[in-house]
Design a protein around this ligand. Structure first.
Ligand code: SF4
Length: 358
């Protein structure tokens, strides 16, 4: 049996056509997608209207179980964020996923890998190394599981939201290191008969892996967030080893080229501010020059310090001075004071020894 949550609609059409012939395969796949995904949360499916033959075949070939379960959760007393440790049923490993309520939006931050191979110096997950990549159904399943948990736990602030409104691939792992499953999952999230997210409400974050970034640009319409963190090549290579192989100027050039071709895709720059390392006026000026002629929004994120970190968080005066330099040059720059800091749910804090099989 294969997981229903790991298949986009065209694959299901193909599967039905291979079994019952082309005629009506499209219609039958549409019926199945509608019946299953229209529910929130997804639970016992009513197959009325589907022929007995198709229903039996479907239930014999497709698994509707969510491939993860909640292992534990922590809720922030400051801002209502909820961080889940989700257990992957396949091998018992744990990944983290966070629900973040903010001004009428409920954003879910999802993971794409157990651990990460990129080893960015300021990141806890990066210290784990890569244990494995998630399957498509394990990526999609995080959202389905969170919706189910919300419906069963109405007393949390996040449960007052009818549904998750935005998805960010900013949890554990580098999404572009798991490119096929990540792209497939965006197709399920953005299918109007699937989970029905508008592509601009779905954001893939990346350190700038090439050529996988081109695959995202060619095969999806979702927003892209580039983790930049320093405009200087040598310095970025020290903070983010990926820069040695994929220099930031080349990655930014790819984004510029794509934007020139009339794309309406939204690009964001994530810039984690590290005290005394990348928070100077010179850095702000170099950042402006690097991003000249690209339409991007810059998110400035003061580092979330964690135990064992060798970098420090700048004071807020420094953070706002950096923002002012960017604004003076006409850039759109916002300061993101991370949500869920009291539950270690902020960027770069998702971890940990727990993710190793317990
Ligand atoms: S910041 Fe992202 S890409 Fe870098 S090590 Fe952490 S999880 Fe991996």
């Amino acid at each position: 049996m294969k997981s229903f949550f790991g298949q986009n609609r065209s694959k299901l059409v193909q599967d039905i056509a291979n079994t019952f012939g082309e005629l009506k395969s499209q219609l039958r796949a549409e019926q199945l997608f509608r019946k299953i995904y229209k529910q929130n949360p997804i639970q016992d499916v009513d197959f009325e209207g589907l022929s007995e033959e198709v229903r039996k075949w479907f239930l014999n070939h497709y698994d509707l179980n969510i491939p993860l379960e909640i292992h534990e959760l922590q809720s922030s007393t400051h801002d209502g964020s909820v961080k889940f440790a989700m257990r992957l049923k396949k091998d018992g490993r744990l990944v983290e996923s966070v629900l973040i309520p903010e001004r009428g939006r409920l954003t879910q931050c999802i993971s794409t890998q157990v651990g990460c191979a990129q080893a960015c110096r300021f990141c806890q997950t990066g210290r784990m190394g890569l244990l494995r990549s998630l399957t498509t159904e394990e990526i999609v399943g995080q959202v389905i599981l969170a919706e189910k948990w919300k419906a069963e736990n109405p007393n949390f602030q996040v449960s007052s939201y009818k549904q998750v409104t935005n998805i960010v691939y900013m949890g554990m792992g580098e999404p572009l290191d798991n490119i096929d499953n990540v792209i497939e999952s965006t197709h399920i999230f953005c299918d109007n008969l699937g989970l029905n997210f508008s592509p601009n409400k779905v954001t893939i974050s990346t350190v700038g892996l090439m050529p996988a970034l081109n695959q995202v640009l060619e095969n999806t319409k979702v927003a892209v967030a580039l983790s930049l963190h320093s405009p200087f090549e040598a310095e970025r290579s020290k903070i983010m080893p990926v820069n040695v192989k994929h220099p930031i100027t080349e990655v930014v050039r790819t984004i510029k080229e794509h934007s020139k071709n009339g794309s309406r895709r939204s690009f964001m720059i994530q810039y984690t501010l590290l005290r005394g390392i990348n928070d100077s006026k010179e850095h702000a000026e170099a950042l402006v020059s690097l991003l000249k002629d690209v339409s991007v929004k810059i998110n400035l994120i003061p580092l979330n310090e964690h135990e064992g970190a060798s970098y420090r968080r700048p004071d807020l005066g420094r953070v706002y001075a950096f923002q002012q330099e960017l604004k003076k040059a006409g850039m759109v720059a916002t300061v993101r004071l991370s949500k869920g800091r009291d539950i270690q749910a902020a960027c770069g804090q998702l971890i940990k020894d727990k993710a190793i099989k317990e």
